[in-house]
Design a protein around this ligand. Structure first.
Ligand code: FAD
Ligand code: DHB
Length: 388
């Protein structure tokens, strides 16, 4: 078997890249370790920047997004018992769209199936070969036998724990990392959201976030310790803790119900540099992780893929120089989103090790944000997404 671009991973990065390449007439095969159902069952991101929406439009997969996605013109910051709206549309002219990662994944999978492009699910023990040569390849185990695929390029879109980044010789890659001492406990429930827009809460008991997937499905998060387990958090305890962190008016509005998903995610900032190693190119979570505060993870995967698709298209149009630029173009945007996600995380979470002084610094910054149009504009500009 041979293809032009072998893509490892059928998350949003791999699927979107596959679709953009397919539309440009570039042959590609996706290898995914898990089953289609497993990939679709993972509940993750929910907020799309306008640039990511435009990219999905260009990929021809935005019909359902426009029909079902919720366009948000602002969000609330809550602290000290009050709520302060950040008017994204008024400050930047841009909006964000609430549409779940699982829905984007499904739309991309459906488009790929309609295009007849090949995806291998449950590809075990994927190995990358000879990406330092002009003739790279991939091998994997499927139905008990070893399979092989030759290609021009390998796109490593296999997430943080994938094989692509791990296949790079340690001397060729530099890793930057910050691990946080807490996680997010997330609950999905078929209950109406507490508010029309998202609420990010900084509270003495810890951070909380009220988000949603639709007008009838809510997504809530509370900051938790890393030693806690999901089964220590029966629904009742979760709702009680969330309510305790919300401003009073929101707490009164909160509609609770049985959780349909509950999970704990650790928080991490991570960047691998560079993103290109000969004919292997990394994109999305395979190359970088942001803490979720600010909803940048999926949006960064989309912007990497935008630059990477442009580079491949230029290569096949006899302009190989764009591939040289991929890493620096993508990383320039990645580092700014890393800074924003890190600063939002520091602003809104409880850091007991920072003591009373640290808390007063957070509150001073939040007060400043609540009253300064300049500060709100900087926050809003980053939240809606920096230009591609
Ligand atoms: P992924 O979605 O991780 O996709 C990678 C794919 O590669 C997976 O399907 C995986 O099965 C596959 N794969 C892995 N290893 C191999 C292998 N060896 N061979 C073949 N295939 C392989 N972002 C937000 O903005 N908001 C959130 O609330 C949020 N919550 C999150 C919760 C969790 C638990 C996690 C892990 C991430 C969350 N994110 C969130 C981040 C966001 O979901 C990611 O940034 C986004 O999924 C990145 O897409 P990706 O395609 O790069 O990677
Ligand atoms: C969601 C997650 C985020 O990290 C965020 O900042 C906003 C929304 C969500 O899952 O809906």
């Amino acid at each position: 078997m041979r293809t032009q671009v072998a893509i490892i991973g059928a998350g949003p990065a791999g699927l979107l890249l596959g679709q953009l390449l397919h539309l440009a007439g570039i042959d590609n095969v996706i290898l995914e370790a898990r089953s289609r159902e497993y990939v679709l069952g993972r509940i993750r991101a929910g907020v799309l920047e306008s640039g990511a929406v435009e990219l999905l439009e260009r990929a021809g997969v935005a019909e359902r997004l426009h029909a079902e996605g919720l366009v948000h013109e602002g969000f609330d910051l809550a602290f000290g018992g009050g709520r302060h709206r950040i008017d994204l549309a008024g400050l930047t002219g841009k909006r964000v769209t609430v549409y779940g990662q699982t829905e984007i994944t499904k739309d991309l999978m459906d488009a790929r199936a309609a295009a007849g492009a090949k995806t291998v699910y449950e590809a075990r023990d994927v190995e990358l070969h000879d990406f330092d040569s002009s003739n790279p390849g991939i091998s994997w185990t499927q139905e008990g036998g070893r399979k092989a695929l030759g290609c021009d390029f390998i796109a490593g879109c296999d997430g943080f724990h994938g094989v692509s980044r791990a296949s790079v010789p340690p001397g060729a890659i530099k890793l930057y990392e910050r691990v946080y001492s807490f996680g997010w406990l997330g609950v999905l429930s078929d209950t109406p959201p507490v508010s029309e827009e998202l609420i990010y809460v900084s509270h003495e008991r810890g951070f909380a976030l009220c988000s949603m997937r639709s007008r009838t499905r809510s997504r809530y998060y509370v900051q938790c310790t890393l030693s806690e387990q999901v089964d220590e958090w029966p629904d009742e305890r979760f709702w009680k803790e969330l309510r305790a962190r919300l401003p009073e008016d929101a707490a009164r509005q909160l509609v609770t119900g049985p959780s349909i998903e509950k999970s704990i995610a650790p928080l991490r900032s991570f960047v691998a540099e560079p993103l290109r190693f000969g004919r292997l190119l990394l994109a999305g979570d395979a190359a970088h992780i942001v803490p979720p505060t600010g909803a940048k993870g999926l949006n960064l995967a989309a912007s990497d893929v935008h630059y990477l698709a442009e580079a491949f298209i230029a290569f096949y149009n006899k302009n190989p120089g764009e591939l040289e630029r991929y890493s620096s173009r993508a990383l320039a945007r990645v580092w700014k989103a890393e800074r924003f996600s890190w600063s939002m995380t520091k602003l809104l979470h409880k850091f007991p090790e920072e003591g009373d002084f640290g808390r007063r610094m957070q509150l001073a910054e939040l007060e400043y944000l609540a009253t300064s149009r300049a500060a709100q504009t900087a926050l809003a500009e980053n939240y809606v997404g920096l230009p591609l």
